[in-house]
Write a protein that binds this ligand. Structure first.
Ligand code: ZN
Length: 175
């Protein structure tokens, strides 16, 4: 396993649409998932899409277990949402590609999901709570969307300024 650098907004690669994994899930995909999981744990975060480390493939890793629970990694290849509830749920989201920005996003409270797991087996899952929030957030990345796209123009402008300031501080640190 290897740690991989996480792309930070507004990196243009984060706007790329990820491509489905064609054919079976291979050892190469599993190596990518292992790297993604290690990178996510190190960050630390609860979900990561492959495009966030620059790989435009429809692959997501996630672990929404609490700190006092054993680790419970989940792997999603070619996830598809089969059904969304009309009922909405608001959750304060953050993103490893948009550091230190948190804001409420409203999404369907429950979704039905189909995906291939780590071993390439097809699974269908009913998701709610944090699981539903996280999978929808990560699937937005596969479509080239970042959660701050949902915010009002005024809030987006504040986020843009904050990220620019963070970048400036990082540049000063480096040089
Ligand atoms: Zn994210």
């Amino acid at each position: 396993m290897a740690l991989r650098p996480i792309l930070i907004a507004p990196d243009p690669r984060l706007k790329e649409k990820s491509k489905p994994v064609e054919g079976p899930v291979t050892d190469e995909h599993r190596r990518l998932m292992d790297d993604m999981l290690e990178t996510m744990y190190e960050a630390p975060g609860i979900g990561l899409a492959a495009i966030q480390i620059g790989e435009p493939l429809r692959i997501i890793v996630m672990d929404i277990s609490r700190d006092d629970e054993p680790k419970a990694p989940r792997y999603f290849v070619n996830p598809e949402i089969l059904w969304r509830s009309e009922e909405l749920f608001a959750y304060e989201e953050g993103c490893l590609s948009v550091p230190e920005i948190y804001d409420d996003v409203e999404r369907p409270a429950r979704v039905k999901l189909r995906y291939l797991d780590y071993n390439g087996k097809q699974v269908e899952d009913d998701c709610d709570g944090l699981y539903a929030v996280c999978i929808q957030h990560e699937m937005d990345h596969l479509a080239g969307q970042v959660f701050v796209d949902y915010l009002s123009p005024l809030k987006r402008e504040l986020v843009r300024k904050k990220l620019a300031k963070q970048r400036k501080l990082a540049d000063e640190d480096e040089g």
